[in-house]
Design a binder for this molecule. Structure first.
Ligand code: BEZ
Length: 141
């Protein structure tokens, strides 16, 4: 019985994750207004984000958390989803090279900062480590 439940749980996890797809520019375009509206971020600021300018302020941090959340790359409880990030950022690249880079940036929030700061910190690290990967990963699809 124990094993049956364990197998069932494992299957649930695998099938739930099979739903996730690499995020496209269309996905990002849909999420931008949802996140901007929910956080009351003005249009000029969103236009800055589109130019890849992400100032380190509270709204922007929470915007990144919101976008990453919608993309299935981050959630408040577990933090970064390394498997999804490796797929999202490593398209066409060698996963064995990308994975350690992702793991380095996807910290477990040891200092217990708030989730917006946590998401922003990881994103900033991805940007610094492979800006082109983050940008091309959404533009490519
Ligand atoms: C954007 O709004 O362009 C964006 C936000 C979060 C991550 C990547 C891009």
């Amino acid at each position: 019985m124990k094993y049956f439940v364990a197998v069932l749980l494992l299957a649930a996890v695998v099938f739930a994750d099979a739903e996730w797809k690499i995020q496209t520019a269309e996905n990002l375009n849909a999420y931008r207004p949802e996140c901007a509206n929910s956080l009351s971020i003005p249009e000029d600021k969103v236009n800055e984000y589109k130019k890849w300018n992400f100032p380190n302020d509270e709204k922007t941090q929470c915007y990144i958390k919101c976008i990453f959340g919608k993309m299935g790359l981050f959630n408040e409880k577990d933090g970064f989803n390394v498997e999804h990030l490796v797929k999202q950022l490593g398209q066409g690249k060698n996963e064995t090279i990308i994975r350690p880079e992702v793991v380095k940036c996807a910290d477990k929030n040891p200092q217990k900062t708030n989730a917006c700061q946590w998401a922003y910190r990881g994103f900033d690290c991805f940007k610094k480590a492979h800006l082109d990967l983050v940008q091309t990963s959404v533009k490519k699809n």
